[in-house]
Design a protein around this ligand. Sequence first.
Ligand code: GRF
Length: 194
Amino acid sequence: MVKLIGKKKKFCAVFISGRGSNLKSIYYYSKKKYSKINLKLVISNNLNIKGVKFANKNKINTKVINYYNKNRAEKKILYYLAKYKIELICLAGFMKVLSKNFIKKFNKTIINIHPSLLPKYKGLNTHERVIQNKEKYSGCTVHIVNEKLDSGKTILQKRIKILKSDNPNKLAKKILKLENQLYPRAINKILSKI
Ligand code: GRF
């Protein structure tokens, strides 16, 4: 376990669009003494979601961004990132694809969690496709975000065996549990390097 004696925690933003279970696990991690982040900001493109309720309840600065115009939405987000001096973005179920321009302008680290063993099964409906293809294993990946969807360098990956009794729903539940454990570990790992 790395202790951050004398070192400042990195200011972090989590981007969400829904349930927010990964946001929760990142939040609880941020409260630990050994954590390397200070969770300063939550960005959401939806108002009435569990994740936003959780953020409000826990008094995290939360900005709900109207994505009607993507360009304008991203400009607004960049404004808040600068305002809160954000040094790390964690995408956690954020359903909007960040533009190349946004990634270039933020100019610091952005990471994402994806519910498959990348580079396999990029994109949506991963569990359905994994079951349909009779894969033996699935899992989740935390990776660096680059301009290509679900394609940046892997930080950490966790694998589980698929059982005969699994269906997409069951698998999604099992993998979500793994995701919630993996994300804080991946943050810790990446922040040892930057
Ligand atoms: C997770 O399965 C994540 O891998 C994917 O979207 C889902 C978000 O879940 N990108 P939650 O909102 O963090 O519970």
